[in-house]
Design a protein around this ligand. Structure first.
Ligand SMILES: NC(=O)c1ccc[n+]([C@@H]2O[C@H](COP(=O)([O-])OP(=O)(O)OC[C@H]3O[C@@H](n4cnc5c(N)ncnc54)[C@H](O)[C@@H]3O)[C@@H](O)[C@H]2O)c1
Length: 430
């Protein structure tokens, strides 16, 4: 049966979900506190590049900038951000505000369902958000309205794993509601839905998925730093180690973005609330946060041997990962700011990042294509993000970007098979 579904938060998670539900014939009300986002979506423009213009145009969606029009919904889905503050503590303000909004809309209603998709720690949905909804609606959760948790696992920029083929985990306060929402989400992915034991279990599952990745990457980063002292490239080591059947395929790098570098702090906070010191989780975070400093030290060391003065450095890629325009919590930005602080002259090329953002965050004008550099040459080129567009840069092009005795810093090991000593420039990779 077709439902009326309200989605609060139309970002990377909320918008694709809104479109997918509208495609299945549900009446979808999308609300976001950012007026600019609503205005753009009404013009069929998605700045996150997750949904194309044709899909926004084709499926009827109500993009709302006032909350009251959502009151008719049977199901509310909350997909607001869950960042951390400057002390690395969970900042749940958006969740609290969205819960207040839904609470105010539930007054005098019965049987409505409120699903949280945002990443949280176990207990947050029922003990904090549920209570706020109760206070603002005068209703009782589990009786007058029902809470559910359905974590999102999407991976922006990943063409292989998307809403249609990712197993969806859901959980709810009652078995009946869990089955009802499993049915709803199942329409989007050929009924590939797992009903978790209860809401805290589903919350815990989501948060450990990302913490596990963070810790494994931290191990890779730690051994990278050890092997670097011995002039051994981690990528060469991985080529050999990965021939073992049970070696886990993690790679080192800068861990930024909205999820992997943030969610472990939610888990850590949950542990601390219980009086448990989350040693492994926080060690992983420390190592990964230090990676941009480590790379900057290596760049400084290598550039110093070729020149005492400050250098001109071209950075390829500034988003938090490949093939997305998202610059939130990008560790490449940290790296650039550290190099700028040291007096180096920085240029950036990124086909997807937003030029206004690089200007406002780093005071650097961004170019979308290397052709825009118009033959300028640099003391160093740093490959920071392996966007597909950079695959077209040949070793000859790379050489053309460098001054004599220039240095390539290849964080992603992008050109390591092709950058041989006889190519006429210096090469370093992790
Ligand atoms: N981006 C991902 O790849 C991804 C993957 C899995 C899970 N998640 C989780 O999903 C959640 C949302 O992430 P996102 O990347 O979509 O965030 P986002 O920042 O792209 O989008 C969130 C949207 O919510 C809006 N918003 C904030 N407060 C609001 C409120 N009170 N009412 C209505 N709208 C509000 C913001 O304006 C923004 O447009 C987070 O918890 C995140 O950890 C994200």
């Amino acid at each position: 049966m077709h439902k009326k579904v309200a989605i609060l938060g139309l970002g990377y998670v909320g918008l694709p979900l809104a479109v997918a539900l509208a495609k299945k014939g549900h009446e979808v009300f999308g609300y976001d506190i950012h007026q600019r986002r609503i205005d753009e979506l009404r013009r069929n423009y998605d700045r996150t590049l997750e949904v194309d213009e044709a899909s926004l145009d084709k499926y009827p969606l109500h993009f709302l900038d006032t909350v009251k029009d959502m009151a008719v919904a049977d199901i509310f889905i909350i997909t607001v951000p869950t960042p951390i503050d400057d002390q690395n503590k969970p900042d749940i303000t958006a969740l609290q505000e969205a819960s207040k909004t839904v609470g105010s809309l539930l007054k005098n209603t019965q049987g409505k369902i409120v699903i949280f998709e945002s990443t949280v720690y176990p207990g947050l949905t029922e003990n904090i958000c549920g209570k706020i909804i109760e206070e603002n609606s005068g209703l009782v959760s589990g009786k007058d309205f029902f809470l559910a948790y359905a974590p999102e696992r999407m991976n922006p920029g990943d063409k292989k794993h998307h809403l249609k083929n990712i197993t969806k985990v859901v959980a709810a306060q009652t078995e009946k509601v869990a089955k009802e929402i499993a049915q709803l989400y199942g329409q989007l992915n050929n009924h590939n839905v797992f009903i978790a034991k209860n809401i805290p279990t589903a919350e815990a599952a989501k948060v450990i998925e990302n913490a596990q990745r963070d810790i494994n990457i931290a191990f890779m980063n730690e051994v990278t730093m050890i092997f670097n002292e011995m002039d051994i490239s981690i990528y060469d080591v991985l080529d050999a180690a990965q021939t073992k059947w049970n070696f886990l395929p993690f790679t080192p790098g800068l861990v930024g973005g909205h999820c992997i570098g943030v969610d472990p702090y939610y888990l850590a906070q949950c542990a601390k609330n219980l009086g448990y010191n989350p040693d492994v989780i926080l060690a992983g975070r420390r190592i990964n946060n230090n990676m941009s400093h480590f790379i900057v030290q290596e760049i400084k060391k290598k550039l110093k041997t070729s020149s005492e003065k400050t250098s001109s450095i071209l950075i390829l890629g500034v988003t938090f990962k490949e093939n997305v325009p998202d610059m939130r919590n990008s560790k490449v930005q940290d790296l650039i700011l550290l190099l700028k602080e040291a007096g180096h002259d920085i240029a950036i090329v990124d086909p997807l990042a937003c030029p206004e953002k690089t200007k406002s965050c780093m005071n650097i004008s961004l170019l979308k294509k290397i052709e825009g550099l118009k033959g300028k040459t640099y003391d160093a080129v740093v490959l920071a993000v392996s966007h597909d567009d950079f695959k077209a840069i040949s070793i000859t092009d790379l050489k053309g970007l460098l001054k004599e005795n220039g240095q390539v810093f290849d964080i992603k090991g992008f050109w390591r098979k092709a950058c041989l000593p006889e190519k006429g420039f210096n090469y370093w990779c992790l």
